[in-house]
Write a protein that binds this ligand. Structure first.
Ligand code: ATP
Ligand code: MG
Ligand code: FE
Length: 355
């Protein structure tokens, strides 16, 4: 069964063709990063306009890559929530119209569940192995930082979340403070490689043995403090907030280490609390080399299976949408006649199934 996936929740227009939930035939992405770079963040209306311009060429690119025609498609999956509403409406409108014209079913996908599925596209061995569960997933993206426990396929519970900024925002806002380009994650990752992570001290909010820790926030995150701490340090130490190139690597390595420390420690704590056998890291920040290295070490130490999402499926893509969509669309009883988009999904206590 070939599913066409469409993703437009933020600043990437993506179209993918995936067979049977795991065989990626094409994964086309048109990024708008340069359109938003001047603003230091994504402008929703500009994003919507660009999705409208880009969705058809991106579809054509995917079809060409896979050497398929629209008639070869068995169903359509599209990101329905959460995300920027004007952006989501473009993708949902396109998918609804296409489904109607082709006489195929269309399925609305939760973007966060899809980020988790991004780690499983190439790891169907995990999906089909009951002994791999419970699985603890840490989703670290531009808008979300969440910990989920998946007890078995179809049973996914939110057990921790950020109370303010997302991990990706901690990178993006730091870049803005330092006059580095948007998005901040990739460049901070690169510059931090040659820095000394012990040079500067940054707070690790909600970690055990820190003043901010409480039972209530055992598995929660807060990243606004570390960002403010960076801002204050920069103002105090460098004239006009201009950090010389020579000091940047140490500063960024120290800053990144505080974020990585919190993320990997909380993942370990959640895995211990819920007896997880498998760890999964997903979302754009999961591209970060330091967090990948750190979690890899931790997984070996704690004897857990680890799923590190391949970088191409960490940031927004439509393979994760089409892949997850297959699990709904393969059910002959699935209605699939219309998808409604909504910007703010209700707090997800239960994520949709991967059966
Ligand atoms: P959400 O999925 O929560 O709606 P989003 O889709 O915008 O948000 P993603 O596309 O998953 O988020 O990820 C984008 C984020 O990933 C940005 O904040 C970016 O800075 C961050 N990121 C990308 N590469 C890296 C990296 N190497 N290190 C750290 N962060 C990174
Ligand atoms: Mg993005
Ligand atoms: Fe995303």
């Amino acid at each position: 069964m070939i599913i066409l996936g469409v993703e437009s929740s933020c600043d990437e227009t993506a179209v993918s063709l995936v067979r049977n939930g795991h065989e990626v035939l094409a994964n086309a992405i048109s990024s708008q990063i340069k359109d938003h770079a001047n603003y230091g963040g994504v402008i929703p209306e500009l994003a919507a306009r660009e999705h409208l311009n880009n969705v058809r060429p991106t579809l054509n690119e995917a079809l060409e890559k896979a050497a398929l025609k629209l008639d070869d498609i068995d169903g359509i999956a599209v990101t329905a929530q959460p995300g920027l509403l004007p952006a989501l409406l473009v993708g949902a409108g396109f998918a609804n119209g296409l489904a109607l014209s082709l006489g195929k079913k269309v399925c609305g996908i939760n973007h966060l569940a899809a980020h988790i599925y991004g780690g499983l596209i190439e790891r169907q061995d995990i999906l089909s192995n009951p002994n791999a569960f419970p699985l603890c997933a840490l989703l670290i993206s531009g808008g979300n930082t969440q910990l989920f426990i998946i007890k078995k396929t179809g049973d996914c519970e939110l057990v921790g979340s950020t109370i303010d900024d997302a991990a990706g925002e901690a990178f993006d806002k730091a870049a803005k403070i330092l006059g580095l380009p948007y998005p901040g994650g990739p460049i901070i990752d690169r510059l931090a490689k040659s820095g000394d992570k012990n040079k500067y001290k940054f707070p690790r909010s909600f970690l055990p043995k820190t003043r901010s820790y409480s039972e209530e926030h055992k598995l929660n995150f807060s990243f606004s403090g570390v960002k403010t701490s960076l801002l204050n340090l920069v103002k105090k130490n460098w004239k006009d907030g201009m950090v010389p190139d020579g000091d940047l690597p140490d500063l960024l390595a120290s800053y990144q280490d505080a974020i990585v420390d919190v993320l990997s420690t909380k993942l370990k704590m959640a895995a211990e609390s819920y007896g997880a056998r498998t760890l999964l890291l997903c979302g754009g920040v999961a591209c970060n080399s330091a967090i990948r290295e750190r979690v890899q070490k931790m997984a070996i130490q704690t004897a857990k299976e680890l799923v590190l999402t391949p970088p191409k499926y960490c940031t927004d893509n439509a393979a994760m949408i089409a892949g997850l969509g297959y699990h709904y669309l393969k059910d002959p009883n699935f209605t699939g006649d219309f998808v409604e988009a909504s910007g703010r999904a209700p707090i997800i206590e239960k994520l949709p199934v991967f059966n």
